[in-house]
Design a binder for this molecule. Structure first.
Ligand SMILES: [Zn+2]
Length: 797
């Protein structure tokens, strides 16, 4: 996303404004509950501390270095987010060198943003695009100011925000940002300065979405109907959750029931049909968006790290608004699974999309050309302390079980808390409550939904069996009479220094199954223990994972392995593994000791198979195909989609897939590997097999991809052979078929060939501007014709 134009112009034209501090009265309403800020929480936790340290000592310098060395990155949002995350680490760990590095980087950014000729680079429409990075610039500036007291970045941010206030609004320019974010930033700026104009502009951007007063960006940008009328989680997932988080801010700040109701409906829709068991969202790679209800492919599943980040933030805000533990439940699930998987244990490799199954084609990247996700990991891990505790009046909330010390201001006293635990590996939590003055207040302890047999709210998943175990909660060894309400047990009593709360959460290994409508998970179970979702990965299971069968009767056990992946809980059990019999005979089954690791920890040991959802019966297992006699496979030099070089391309895309002998389930089968091409108009696109020696062939069978979206059945195709001199068409019997969900077989006069080619003319699919189109352009700016085809399998005999 290009940012130069907007930031450049305002800095050039207006110069920095003075920050005048809080001038107006605070809002009349706000969240009824406040997070205890991470600056008042010291985490000392066996699970999280190593990750937070890797974040501070590896990820932050790693990303800052990349930003400083790459001139282009000075103008894009990932750098601003990195500055923001780095600033948070400074708040807990003053670091003169890091602060100096930030100064240099910020000076460079501001200097570079002043263009030589602003008029040439700026048009009013470019502002709409630039609102997204501008939002991140503002957030970074606030964090940098709060961390260091330095105003240079904040002054620039205020200048930008003030300019936006003069341009956009009810009687001014009617547009919405084409990627939400600035709404969150403007609310933060309002909180910092107390100036209503920033809140009003945030509200304008939210309310304007879906109105007829501007050219609509469509459902992909949640711009199809006004937000208060929306009931479904739709469109680009990161954009969606940033919008929903901002709407939650607005519901709190304006006490608006319509917004609140819309959020409740959207959340229900997301959680009951569109959320992975890991808490990940955004099932569909095209537009990185929500799928239809129950459309949750495991292998092609997108579940972008940024979306997990935004979803955690949104659910945290919903908890603060409602004090309902189910939001904290989901937040916990996201943090331990769908979010944490986004970064390697060392902190220097990152996932963009987070699939739940891998054939072994996918791993974390060191760098990609849209590095939006890594700095979101940095921002969240640096501020993890903010998600653990909350307060409201004389109520204190313990949301997450993380060994830590916290200082919490209640209405009548200040309380220091000491939480000790080995969660998530063990269910024992001990909290020492030390009020400055003894007296009555309430400590609300979250009782996770999974202890009550609820995987996630909404009924998308359920546990197999009833083995919930029993929660025990005591104060100074005495049982508590209070009932659980909205996911919390509130302990109201006269507290004095040294009182001890002890919570024991039962942690049996559980099997999870999905609703029948989730086609991909039919006949499969996932494993969990406490908040952790497990997966089978190749290094622990004799090199494969997709061939494992987990029968319902298999006993499962948990153990802690200090030596593995930095110290993790594993799940073990006697399962079956399928393998090929001798001489291509039927599949055979042999006993195997399953070792399942936490999903967040996979892909730290190289590429290979991984599966979260394991088949309960042998027919769901996949055995690697017998390697076929290998021809040399070639393709036309243009039109091939870039593969794996950028890190976020689809892991299912593999030229070798067309010859792997796997029987597809259908043309839209997202559990298979396939190969796609996007040739330019007027260019023949082809794939070729070159034989080791001239071979007589007389038939071809091809299975086309048709994903119902962009990659479609071809318009036409034909077979050519190289008989030793030139490429010639074969003499076919019948016609070239273009049917989906089956092999299209054609026979031809036998011919001795050195090589055979399949030459394809793709369908041309027109997409209208503003309607959302091909995957690499968000709502598209001009009409395009999309030409893409794909092959799942191609056999020649
Ligand atoms: Zn991202």
């Amino acid at each position: 996303m290009k940012t130069r134009s907007l930031l450049a112009l305002v800095l050039f034209a207006f110069g920095p404004a003075a920050f005048t501090g809080r001038t107006d009265p605070p809002p009349r309403t706000d969240y009824p509950t406040e997070a205890v800020p991470f600056t008042q929480v010291r985490i000392d936790d066996a699970f999280w501390s190593p990750r937070i340290e890797a974040n501070r000592l590896v990820s932050v310098p790693y990303l800052l270095k990349a930003s400083a060395e790459n001139g282009q990155l000075l103008e894009v949002e990932p750098t601003y987010k990195t500055i923001e995350g780095a600033a948070y680490t400074l708040m807990l760990h003053p670091d003169a060198r890091l602060e100096a590095d930030l100064d240099v980087l910020i000076d460079k950014i501001i200097a570079r943003l002043i263009p030589r000729n602003p008029a040439a680079t700026w048009t009013e429409t470019s502002w709409d695009r630039d609102l997204y990075p501008a939002g991140h610039f503002i957030e970074a500036a606030i964090a940098h100011y709060q961390a260091t007291g330095k105003k240079k970045m904040l002054d620039a941010a205020l200048t930008i925000a003030d300019r936006l206030v003069t341009v956009y609004g009810p009687a001014k320019r009617h547009r919405v940002p084409n990627h939400e974010e600035i709404e969150i930033a403007l609310v933060r700026l309002f909180r910092l300065t107390g100036q209503d104009k920033y809140l009003e502009l945030a509200k304008f951007f939210i309310d304007e979405r879906g109105q007829d007063s501007h050219p609509k960006l469509g459902e992909n940008a949640q711009d199809h109907i006004p937000v208060v009328e929306q009931s479904e989680a739709v469109g680009h997932c990161v954009m969606a959750v940033y919008l929903y988080a901002a709407m939650t801010d607005m519901a709190a700040l304006t006490n608006d029931a319509a917004t609140r109701n819309a959020l409740a409906r959207i959340w229900d829709d997301a959680v009951s049909g569109k959320t992975y068991v890991t808490g990940g969202i955004g099932a569909i790679r095209f537009h990185e968006r929500f799928g239809a209800r129950y459309e949750l492919p495991n292998q092609s599943g997108w579940a972008e790290t940024c979306a997990a980040y935004g979803n955690a933030l949104w659910n945290h805000r919903l908890f603060l608004l409602t004090r309902d533990g189910r939001y904290a439940d989901l937040m916990e699930r996201i943090l331990y699974n769908g979010f944490l998987v986004g970064v390697s244990l060392k902190g220097d490799r990152f996932f963009y999309q987070n699939p739940l199954k891998s054939f072994g084609h996918y791993e974390r990247f060191a760098w990609i050309n849209v590095p939006c996700c890594p700095p979101n990991v940095v921002r969240l891990l640096a501020t993890l302390g903010s998600y653990i505790y909350a307060r409201s009046g004389n109520d204190l909330y313990i949301n997450l079980f993380v060994a830590s010390r916290a200082d919490v201001n209640l209405d009548t006293t200040r309380v220091s808390l000491v939480q000790e635990t080995r969660y998530p590996w063990e269910g024992a939590v001990r909290v020492t409550v030390n009020p400055e003055r003894p007296g009555p207040f309430t400590v609300n302890v979250r009782i996770p939904g999974w202890t009550r047999g609820q995987v996630m709210p909404g009924g998308l998943y359920r546990f197999l069996g009833q083995d919930n175990g029993k929660v025990r909660l005591t104060v100074n060894g005495q049982g508590i009479a209070a009932e659980e309400e909205k996911g919390f047990i509130g302990i109201k009593r006269d507290w004095k220094r040294g009182d001890v709360i002890e919570l024991q959460l039962p942690m049996p290994v559980r099997r999870i199954v999905a609703r029948d409508e989730v086609r991909e998970n039919a006949g499969r179970a996932a494993l969990s223990r406490g908040p952790i979702v497990y997966c089978a990965e190749w290094p622990d299971n004799a090199g494969t994972a997709l061939n494992l069968v987990l029968p319902d009767e298999a006993n499962l056990a948990a153990e802690f392995r200090r030596d593995l992946l930095g110290g993790i809980g594993i799940v073990t059990g006697e399962v079956a593994a399928l393998k090929r019999g001798p001489n291509a005979g039927p599949l055979e089954s042999e006993p195997r000791r399953l070792v399942a690791i936490p999903y967040y920890a996979w892909a730290n040991r190289g590429r290979g198979e991984m599966a979260v959802w394991l088949p309960r019966r042998p027919d769901g297992a996949r055995v690697s195909p017998i390697p076929l006699p290998e021809p040399v496979i070639r393709l036309s030099s243009f039109g091939a989609l870039e593969k794996r070089q950028t890190g976020y391309n689809d892991q299912s895309d593999d030229i070798g897939a067309i010859h792997d002998g796997v029987e597809p389930l259908g043309s839209a089968d997202e559990s298979s590997l396939y190969f796609r091409m996007k040739p330019p108009a007027g260019q023949p696109a082809w794939v070729e097999y070159e034989f080791k020696s001239p071979t007589v062939i007389s038939s071809s069978e091809v299975y086309w991809v048709d994903d119902r979206r962009f990659c479609r059945l071809p318009a036409a195709w034909k077979i050519l052979v190289d008989d030793g001199g030139s490429w010639k068409p074969v003499v076919i019997h019948g016609a070239y078929g273009v049917e989906k969900d089956r092999f299209n077989r054609v026979t031809f006069d036998p011919v001795k060939a050195r090589a055979v080619r399949i030459e394809v003319e793709p369908q041309e699919i027109p997409y209208q501007a503003g309607r959302g189109g091909p995957p690499d352009a968000m709502p598209i700016k001009e009409d395009v014709v999309w030409r893409e085809f794909g092959i799942i399998e191609w056999r020649v005999r």
